[in-house]
Write a protein that binds this ligand. Sequence first.
Ligand SMILES: Cc1ncc(COP(=O)(O)O)c(C=O)c1O
Length: 483
Amino acid sequence: MSDILERLRRLRAGDAPTHGGHVLAYVYDSGMPELDELADAAAQLARPLNGLDPTVFPSVATMERDVLGFVRRALHGGRDVVGSVTSGGTESCLLAVKTARDLWRAERGGRTEGRPRLVAPATAHAAFQKAARMLDLDWDPVPCDADGTVDPQDVIERLADDVALVVVSAPAYPSGALDPIGPVAAAARSWGIRCHVDACFGGLVLPWWPRLPDWDFRVPGVTSVSADLHKFGYAPKGVSVLLHRGRRQHRAQFFATTRWPGYPVVNPTLLGSKSASPLAAAWAIVQHLGREGFADLTASIARTATGIRAEVDGIVGLAVMGDPVGPAIALVADPDAPPRAQVDPHRLADELMRHGWRIQHQPGFVQSDGTKLPRSAHLTLTPVLERGLPEFRAALALAAEKVRGRPPADPALLAGAMRALGYGPGGRVPSPATAWRLLRLAGAGSVRQDQPMATLMALIEALPAPVAEALLSELLARMSEPR
Ligand SMILES: Cc1ncc(COP(=O)(O)O)c(C=O)c1O
């Protein structure tokens, strides 16, 4: 048996480090090893449970009640705010949309013809596009400015009777911008449209962040909020919270049926049988940290954000996108610097990787009105980073020095070849076999976790979205295909 675990250890050695703060995306290290130990022990205790049925395993209901109560209080929800623990941010977002869509239909006499719209700033998390596609809504993204902000009036102008839900973020992952929640929620309310605040990223940080406008259940038109415990709740992956204003809205999230020969099925969330381990881990962490613990960890993140922004201010050719709030910062090439002094954020990210630091490439994006959001590099700031801050600041400055003036990766040759093969705008989408051949041609047939990404990202920017999406899907599918 020990050889099996040894094999897994060897596999894990090839992963990016999950602790220590050198990976500024995907992982959320509190810097408190005792939290991980507590979470592991709680997860282990709950491991045999099935979260499907709290009538058989009432501990599941108790833990849910405690976690929901804690988050509700943090988000200033009253007793009318109720909700569910889900498996993650995407599930919370999907359920917020499903609930709004079902109520939109029900409030129109069960109308099924005509597709409702889902309106959100273009920086809303991709999970909402996924929800729109899966749940048959029209995705209506509102273009943002290059600094990641959106004009509330531009969102408000899209509101009409066919809108089932408007989504705003606290903050948006790609930019760190706090959307104009007050004015949007007020307008939504006057239309009778539901308004979801996606605080999957910031929901357990912003409650303790200094000097913010109201963004949570204090805002009257806000009808639901999502907040992930597997991000800044420091729990292992698989746990998030979706809160609704009002029991009626929450119950619209449920699926229940007695119309089959088996056990009566009542699922508040998408899954049936489900692990209670992530919930137990989150529950234990919340008990241990309490509000004070979260406030301390948030203060550490805020100091780190200040330090990084000060460093970037001093780096010629590099800039922070907009005025981010909370634990996300996006780095962009300084638009006011001449090209020979600019720091391309994707070159920077590749260079930083050589110094042992990972920040996340975000391709430039052409919005529905043709305006562009610049390519950027995302940084998720976790508490553990404060300890390594001097080292990170030095690496950032050094890496910027190294790549300053280097033009962005140019995939023109490859993108041209793709166009010639018929995969240009309005062209076809490659089959799995062709996509795989093209990926190998582009040198992206085998990915290592520490591989430079600037060229692949530039290719994504240059290709029509359906082609890029087919290539990336192929890449991921091939990685786990049995050999
Ligand atoms: C704002 C926001 N919403 C939703 C999600 C989706 O969360 P998950 O990856 O847990 O499904 C994320 C993930 O980063 C996010 O930042």
